[in-house]
Each structure stands twice: as C-alpha cells, then as structure tokens.
Design a protein around this ligand. Structure first.
Ligand code: WTA
Length: 640
C-alpha cells in the first residue's frame, strides 16, 4: 500500500518538547552518561553485549558472540551453556538475596497476600519441576499454561525452564477454541490451569474452558489444576490432578537440578496475532533472552536492590514474560504481582497498593492510564505515592495528555517516565529512554544501547527527519525471536523479506531532528485494542463461524481510552435482520469463540464488502465509512 508521507512541524525539529529528567533520578541512575554509552555500544555492539552477558551465569563460555552466517536465523552466545533459571533464581541463593523477597502477591481480595523469598521461590519451582518430570515432561516438550495472575504461573514457567521444557502461556481470557488451536498446534502433553480466576468479584471458569478445549485433544494426558477460587469443577479421574494433592506426593519432594542447556535451546513459545491467518508462535531461547531482558530492565528502569518493582501486565503477554517474571528475577529485584483489575472495586486500587507496599517502580499501559485518568485526580490524591521513583508505559503510544497526567498526578513530577517501544518478537525494549535522558511526551525515545532504528519508505530508503514511514531495526539483538515455531518460512517472509538485512517491525513512525522516535501505529492488519494485540483475521473468522454471518471484515477505529476500538462490517444471510439483539449476540459469539477482549465495539451491515478485483477486502474504505469520511477515489482501489 502506498503511504503518504506527512510532515509534522511539532515533532520535526525543535527541542522545545524536551522535559529534563529530575536531577535526583539522573544522579543515582546506573546509566549517567547515556551519550557515551550509546556511542560505545554502537561502536562495537557484540563487545557491548558480551560484556553485559558476563554479569549473568554460564556453565560453559561462548566461542562466538553472534553467528550471522545463516541470517536471519541469528545465533547468540554460540557454544555457551546456561539455563535462565540459574541466573534468575539459583545464583541468588548463594548470596544475601537468598532471604530477600522475590515475589509479593496480592489477591483481588486484598486480605489474601502471599510472599516468597528467593529461597522459597526456588523450593516452589523445584516442586513443580519434579511434578512435571514425573509426568514425563522433558527437554523440548511444550507445556501449556492457562493460569490467572497468581504465583503458580511464575513457578510453572520457571519449572519448565529448569528442566528444559518449553512453556506456552495462553492468556487466561482466551476462550476454548482459541485455546484448543494453541494446544493442538504446540502438541502439549500437559496443561497447567486453575479452577477459576477472580474477575471483578466473579469467577471466570478456567477449568470448564480447559475441559472444553482438551476434550478431543490427541496430545494432552495430564491437566494440573491449582485451587484458586474454590469453585466446584469436574475432575477427570485419570487426566486431572489437583496441584495441592500432587505437592504432597513423594515425587514432588527433593531437589531438582537446573538442567544446563545450549544457549540457543528454546525457552518458550508465545502465540501472538499476525496480520493474516492463525496466530503465530514466536520462539525465544535461553541465553539471548536472558541477557536482553536483564540488561534492559536493569538499565532503563534502573533496578537497585532496595526497589519494589510492579509490572501490571499479565504473564499471558510478552510484557508479563519479560518484565513481570524473568527480568525482575534476573535483576534480583522484588517483584509485585496483583491478581485484579485497577478499577475494581474502586478506581484507586492500584494507588492503594502502591502506598501499602511501597512500590518504587511502576510499569503499566496507556489504556489503563487513560481509564484511571477519567475517574479524576481525587482517587490518586488520597494516597501517599511518595515511594514511587520511576514510571513506565508500554503497548501503544502514550499520548501527551496521558503522559502529563501520569507525570504530574501520579509521579508528582518527581518520576521520569520510561516509554518503552517493543514487541512480542523483540523480547526486550528496542526504543525507550533511561532515567538520565531527557524525555519528550508522546515520543518513545531512542534505540536501546547497541541498536539503531530507521524510518524508511516502501523501497527501503531512509526518509527525512519528521516524515512518517516504516520503522525498521538495523542490528540483531540478543533477545530477538529465533523463528516462528515450526514455520521458519513465515518468520523470514514476515520480518526479513521486505527490507533485506533490516528487521521489519510493522509499525509506522517518525524520527525527529534530535533522534527521538515517535511511534504512530501498525501498518498491517493488527489492531491494538486496550494494548492487546488482535489480528483482524481472528475477529473475522470468529464472526463467520456464526450461522447468520456470510462474510465479515474488522478494522480498528481510533478510541479515546482504548487506543483503538474494533469496528466490524458484517454481511448477513439473506433475510436476516440486523437488530440490536443480533449485535449483542455477535458480540457474545466473538467473546465465546475468541476472547472477551476482542468483542466488537460497533457494527455496520452492508450488503457486500468493498473489494479489489483480486478479492482483497478494502479496509481503508470500511474505515472511512465508519468514520463518516470521504471514501476516497474508488477508481484506484485495485492499487490498494
Ligand atoms: C505497539 C507489546 C507505541 C506497537 C510489548 C508494536 C507501542 C506492538 C509501544 C507490539 C510504545 C508497543 N509506543 N506503540 N511504547 N509498545 N507498541 O507484541 O505497535 O503485544 O508493534 O508487544 O505494540 O505489541 P506486542
């Protein structure tokens, strides 16, 4: 699609929009002279990454930092042996951190609190690892995890890693069909779930959904069920096992060694939406992923031993993987995890928890900030948030208004805001700031140390500063995805074919004259709805599975709070009336077949969908219609 390049005066040049970092944040930061470090790392990216990697545990050294002979199948720390658990848990046990809190967990019912020292976490992980081993799980096997935000999700992810199994966490808001597709595709033999999860005071029936999902599964032999809500569930006497009962069995007890692996051995797959067809399984590996997540969290969020770090993401997303589970533990930090939502029962739940637990660093998403902002300052002001020293954001552009509110009302102008741009595929931040850098409200920042980004046109030529174009990354980085699980061809064609030698992000952006990047949004058929990544194809296939629907197309429309909202154009079977009731039914149908997060926000019911002569749906036209705008010159449709 030919994109028009728009010049933006506000972001093209001037320094006016800089906000200087608060002096105290800058003075105490790990990275003070960021310009020097940026230059040094870019002068020798491999040397930089190798030096940083040495801060972690390796049982055998690498002989080559980066092997690019089979690019884009890059390999990092070649020849080295390691296991991410050796650095995330084991190494702390030989230090004073052994008795430091690794995890503080608070339930939706906030009287439920569970805390784990690094020692206790190590024991929990061993227990789960012993159980998985006893079920026959070994190196390279995939375990599907369908758990709410409770400590067991951390134990299970680490237990898989410890024994060399590959975890596949599926967000516990996906429905049974989406879950079946992911379980079958990965051929998991074991699924770990809970009886239910708490969502705004009600139970979401996870176990029922699992029952539905694995009923005809050819591969799943064992389902481990964590008791969480205490709700009644049906247990299959052969397939299903209560976790608390397994824990009492002799096999669960005793030590479990952390298996040393090749640095390139897979750590996890995570299904994420693509622009076409089925979700794709992004694969990350032990060595590089641990280096990338450790270094970025350490430097960008300036993690010190006394910090209490709260990342509000769910472990079902990449942010939860990298910066709720692995990153903080690799840094030896204390991570905070909360089961519930920010607005239940009142919209000060998060502020209350920050006050009560002395959170120092708080990482969340623009959609949450905008939601809470609408409830007004008073909810924030009634809490003492003086423990906070850093704030962060991820998932979509943080618009200047939300930035200002976060900065002034939540951070009381004391806390730098670290806006981190990255993706499931990148594993770690790619464009962001460190606390000593000046900030620009609305811009993500600069490429991380060792990385260079560029904005290019359709032919791969760099566009001038201030002009919108396609965002690409120039250098490989340790925590880059290694491939799409069992689909290496799609890995190459999606990310590396369009611009040979450059990583194609799928985002459009501008760089300003100071070198700060302003992210605009996706250029493909991915929609970010409340920060969740949805493929239009997934929503469409959910809709056409309804008996009244002949054809459907989904597009994203700008939305004040959610960033984007899902709008669908639905062609109905002849004779079907497009009533409000049918709309409600279709919404529920999408929730039940895909996920409640994908429910369409608005509908239209045309008699047919506008298409090119080759049959491609013209989303541009649908979007314009929905927004009441000019549909454009229809004679050029075939060029779209
Ligand atoms: C978007 C989330 C603007 C972007 C970690 C990207 C952002 C997609 C930002 C990846 C940000 C993420 N500013 N846009 N700070 N962070 N995005 O895989 O469009 O769920 O390509 O990873 O989110 O979404 P994913």
């Amino acid at each position: 699609m030919a994109r028009t390049h728009k010049q933006s005066a506000s972001s093209a040049s001037s320094n006016r929009s800089f906000v200087d970092p608060p002096a105290q944040a800058a003075d105490n930061a790990w990275v003070r002279d960021w310009r020097a470090l940026e230059e040094e790392a870019l002068g020798d990216p491999q040397g930089y990454w190798a030096r940083r990697a040495e801060e972690l545990e390796w049982s055998a050294p690498w002989h080559t930092v980066l092997d690019d002979t089979e690019a884009p199948f890059y390999r990092w720390f070649v020849g080295a042996r390691t296991n991410i658990v050796s650095s995330a848990v084991d190494r702390h046990l030989g230090t004073a951190r052994k008795n430091k809190l690794a995890l503080i967990w608070v339930g939706e019912d906030t009287s439920q609190v569970r805390t784990f020292s690094y020692f206790a976490l190590g024991r929990e992980v061993e227990r789960m690892a012993n159980i998985l081993k006893a079920m026959g799980v070994g190196k390279g096997d995939v375990v599907t995890i369908y758990l709410p935000r409770i400590p067991e999700v951390v134990f299970t992810m680490l237990a898989c890693a410890k024994i060399g199994a590959i975890h596949s966490v599926v967000f516990a808001g996906y429905s049974s069909e989406a879950l079946t597709a992911r379980i079958d595709d990965s051929e998991s033999t074991v699924v770990v779930t809970a009886d239910g999860s708490w969502v705004n005071g009600r139970v979401f029936p996870l176990k029922d959904i699992i029952d539905e999902a694995v009923r005809f599964s050819p591969t799943v032999h064992n389902v481990i069920v964590v008791r969480n809500t205490g709700s009644e569930v049906t247990m299959d006497p052969i397939r299903d096992h209560w976790y608390h009962e397994l824990c009492k069995m002799p096999v669960a007890k005793g030590r479990c060694e952390t298996l040393q692996l090749d640095a390139e051995d897979p750590l996890f797959i995570l299904y994420t939406s693509g622009s076409t067809g089925q979700p794709k399984a992004v694969l990350h590996s032990h060595g590089g992923y641990m280096v990338g997540t450790y270094v970025t969290l350490h430097d960008c969020f300036d993690i010190h031993d006394e910090d209490r770090w709260w990342c509000t993401s769910d472990p079902g997303w990449i942010t939860g993987h990298s910066y709720l589970v692995y990153g903080p533990l690799l840094c030896g930090a204390t991570a905070f995890m909360y089961e519930g939502n920010p607005t239940y029962p009142y919209p000060d739940r998060w502020w209350d928890l920050i006050e009560r637990y002395g959170i120092t660093s708080f990482y969340t998403a623009p959609t949450a900030i905008r939601t809470l902002m609408r409830f007004g300052e008073a909810w924030v002001r009634r809490h003492d948030l003086s423990s906070l020293r850093l704030l962060g954001s991820v998932g979509e552009p943080l618009n200047p208004e939300a930035w200002a509110w976060f900065h002034q009302v939540v951070g009381q102008e004391r806390c730098p805001i670290i806006d981190t741009w990255w993706q499931t595929e990148t594993g770690m931040f790619q464009i962001t700031t460190v606390p000593s850098m000046p900030m620009k409200p609305g811009a993500a920042g600069r490429p991380v140390f060792g990385q260079e980004a560029a904005v290019v046109d359709e032919d791969g030529n760099e566009v001038p500063d201030g002009v919108e174009g396609n965002l690409v990354l120039r250098h490989p980085w340790p925590s880059m995805m290694r491939t799409l699980y069992r689909d290496p061809q799609r890995y190459v064609s999606t990310y590396w074919e369009k611009y040979p030698g450059l990583y194609h992000t799928g985002d459009s952006a501008r760089r300003d004259a100071d070198g700060w990047f302003w992210i605009i949004g996706r250029t493909d058929d991915i929609i970010k709805v409340s920060g969740h990544r949805l493929g239009t194809a997934e929503v469409e296939s959910a809709l056409v599975s309804h008996p009244s629907v002949v054809e459907a197309a989904a597009v994203g429309l700008p939305h004040e709070v959610k960033g984007h909202a899902v709008h669908v154009s639905v062609v109905l079977l002849p004779g079907t009336e497009p009533t409000r009731r049918l709309e409600a039914e279709l919404r529920e149908h999408v929730a039940a077949t895909l996920s409640p997060i994908a429910k369409p926000d608005s509908f239209d019911f045309p008699e047919s969908l506008p298409k090119t002569r080759s049959g491609k749906i013209l989303r541009r036209v649908l979007r314009a219609r929905a927004l009441g705008q000019d549909e454009g010159d229809l004679t050029t449709l075939d060029a779209d």
